[in-house]
Design a protein around this ligand. Structure first.
Ligand code: WT7
Length: 687
């Protein structure tokens, strides 16, 4: 088991501040070095080897770390140019076997070890589920799914709270070769309906209700609205309703032709179900994410490559090791890994469900929020469960930091070894607070950069191995060849110090293979912008040490509290309102969320501006996407800044929203420059 290094020492070299920081604090940004630089050279040579012959690298790990029912006959075929990448063709495996079954039998014998520690909305509701129990439950659910008609290749939509049954149902789908499509429980009925329709998903699993922060989530009610929408009628055959969560338990209306009681169905099944032999490239799941157009895209992840990548990055990035035998009684080095994200996003798929279980570790599922019942919840959990690896998002750190050090100082956080962050660049002040106040200066902070599309981490420091720099995601993961391209020419910048767009030069096993039903879109978005490279959609800077600093999205995608939201999605929600003529949505710096949503809206002829209408529009976005996309600012205006050719000048709107008036730039190309002054005063009045 790899330990994190002794306390890092600081060097005094002055670093420049990365561009994306939306916070104004000026901190010296020291290079935190692990006790020795030898491990950095080891990383460098191992990384060089991993990209020199990437097929050899991945092939040997795939053979040694995964169980295959039939061996693969080739490693990597296809390229970014032809847009059809395949890994481990000919190989047959099942991810549920690799994550669960193999750990229940020799040589692992971890059937009695904890697989899931679940902490419900109330701190007192804790469940521990062993590998064996998990296996039995997954088999029952798998048989239940089969009994209602679910077949290999069918898409099963999951709209569930953070309960163990969500992870179990994902794994049950994988077991029988059904493709899961998890929808985050914060999405609205409209968003669910769009996704069900796009995936032609005949099966839906939801819960009567869920609980979060002491509030009841009426998931089934929302789901019912979705499946009754015209675009879903005739697609959805059955909705399984789990009734063990939330406050209204068994009290729900059952439409016998549609609803099936999950608990009744599952408890009647045998706890034995053979794993389907899946091709390495068979789809494992679909996960929808936002892009530059109003229509979310369903990214498709496949079985073999994803399994390998999830397993490998979980172990490396968090300094964890695959568990190969039963734990020793009271092993003081036993890791308790906790990722407090939601399983509805890729972070939960890879680093709550698949990655930890593929390594035979215990994973943590957290149903509540960092603020419930108070803002000490995370630290209380660290103390009670003796968490050693804790993984969260910068937005959560910033919102907790506001309350000061008192809450974390009340708890014993000495079990912590590694602190992870994900979702957006972490501003140095939040990094420092996490490092000093939570990690007491002795934990590694890993800043993991990745995307729904990448399946797992692609850039991060490795605890105890590579150095950290607050605000930089540092260096590429093994097997990942990161390049910085000149945005205009598409040429690789070879100098160490570089600024441009981030791209990846060689395929890796965990990458998404296509957008469901629209391979052309996949090619257009990721492969075509810079032929021969995977284009991530982010800008970046590489510093004199070769460390990467993400400078944010270069497309029309916002990052609000780590949630990716397309400006076009919010715009189409707004223009769907009969009083709206035109809408332009931009991101605005926000202290806690990183980015907030600012909407500029023109109304249809004759409609008066009013506070009520603003409320209606805010609601319109909530019902069309979900509460997490609620606009922070809605500015009603008679006109938008347009070029003479009729294009909305978003650059100017972004500046106006942010109050960066001295860098507005050239406004002379506007059809009517006076529009800008009106907008400035409107925004000022709102602040
Ligand atoms: C976008 C991907 C990956 C799981 C969570 C979000 C931004 C993500 C970092 C980081 C700077 C980051 C990027 C990326 N992002 N992690 N450590 N530093 N930016 O997944 O919804 O697919 O969003 O999140 O802009 O493109 P996602």
């Amino acid at each position: 088991m790899k330990r994190t290094s002794s306390p890092p020492t600081t060097s005094t070299s002055k670093r420049s501040k990365p561009k994306t920081m939306t916070h104004s604090e000026e901190l010296p940004l020291p290079l935190y070095n692990p006790s020795t630089s030898a491990s950095l050279s080891l990383y460098k040579s191992a990384h060089a080897t991993s990209i020199q012959n990437t097929s050899a690298y991945w092939s040997s790990i795939a053979s040694s770390k995964l169980d295959w029912f039939a061996p693969f006959s080739s490693v990597l075929t296809g390229s970014f140019i032809d847009g059809s990448v395949s890994w481990f063709a000919g190989g047959k495996l099942n991810i549920c076997h690799n994550a669960i079954d193999r750990y229940c039998s020799p040589p692992y014998n971890r059937g009695n070890e904890t697989a899931i520690i679940w902490e419900g909305d109330e701190p007192s509701s804790v469940k521990r589920i062993s590998y064996r129990e998990l296996q039995l439950n997954i088999c029952r659910i798998a048989n239940g799914l089969k009994s209602i008609g679910v077949q290999k290749g069918d898409v099963v939509t999951l709209y569930m709270p953070m309960v163990p049954e969500l992870a179990m149902t994902m794994l049950a789908c994988a077991r029988i070769g059904a493709v899961h499509s998890v929808i985050f429980a914060g999405f609205s009925a409209d968003a669910i309906a769009d996704r069900i329709q796009d995936a032609k998903s005949k099966w839906v699993v939801t819960a009567a209700s869920g609980s979060r922060g002491g509030r009841n989530l009426p998931l089934k009610t929302i789901c019912d609205v979705a499946v009754k929408k015209e675009r879903c009628v005739g697609i959805v055959q059955k909705v399984l309703v789990f009734d063990g969560a939330g406050s209204n338990g068994n009290e729900w209306d059952q439409d016998e032709s549609l609803h099936v009681r999950f608990t009744d169905l599952v408890s009647a099944q045998r706890p034995v179900c053979a794993c389907e032999w899946m091709d390495a490239e068979d789809p494992l799941f679909i996960l929808y994410t936002s892009g530059s157009t109003g229509r979310p895209k369903g990214l498709v992840h496949t079985t073999g490559g994803y399994a390998l990548y999830a397993m490998h990055t979980t172990a490396n990035s968090f300094g964890l090791a695959q568990q190969t035998g039963p734990s020793k009684e009271d092993d003081p080095h036993r890791d308790v890994y906790a990722c407090v994200a939601d399983a509805g996003w890729i972070t939960g798929h890879t680093y709550i469900v698949y990655g930890p279980l593929l390594n035979g570790l215990s994973t943590f599922m957290f149903e509540s929020t960092p603020m419930y019942p108070d803002h000490g919840r995370y630290w209380d959990m660290v103390q009670r469960h003796k968490i050693t690896v804790f993984y969260t998002a910068p937005t959560a750190i910033r919102s907790l930091m506001r309350f000061g050090d008192e809450a974390p100082n009340k708890y014993d956080l000495s079990s912590l070894k590694v602190l992870g962050t994900v979702g957006e660049p972490i501003n140095p002040a939040a990094w420092k607070w996490y490092f000093d106040v939570i990690g007491k200066g002795k934990c590694a902070v890993v800043d993991t950069y990745w995307q729904t599309e990448t399946g797992g981490h692609v850039i991060t420091n490795l605890p105890g191995v590579t150095p950290m720099k607050p605000g930089s995601c540092t260096l590429p993961c093994y097997g990942i060849e990161v390049v910085v391209l000149d945005a205009a020419t598409g040429q690789e910048i070879n100098e160490t110090v570089a600024e441009g767009v981030l791209a990846i030069k060689q395929p890796w096993p965990g990458m998404a293979r296509t957008c469901l039903g629209d391979h052309q879109r996949y090619l257009n978005v990721y492969m075509k912008p810079y032929p021969g490279y995977y284009f991530a959609g982010d800008g970046c800077r590489r510093d004199e040490d070769g460390f990467i600093w993400i400078t944010g999205r270069v497309d029309d995608v916002l990052n609000v509290s780590g949630h990716r939201i397309g400006t076009a999605e919010v715009e189409s929600a707004l223009v769907a309102h009969s009083n709206v003529a035109q809408a332009a949505v931009v991101g605005v710096p926000h202290d806690i969320k990183g980015q907030g949503i600012c909407c500029f809206v023109t109304l249809t002829e004759g409609v008066p501006e009013s506070e009520d209408l603003i409320k209606e529009l805010r609601n319109q976005v909530r019902t069309s996407i979900g509460p997490f996309a609620t606009p922070d600012m809605i500015v009603l205006t008679a006109a938008l800044p347009m070029t003479r050719s009729g294009k909305i000048m978003r650059r100017i709107l972004r500046k106006v929203a942010a109050g960066e008036l001295d860098t507005l730039g050239d406004t002379t190309t506007l059809a009517d420059p006076s529009v800008v002054d009106t907008l400035i005063s409107k925004v000022e009045a709102l602040k």
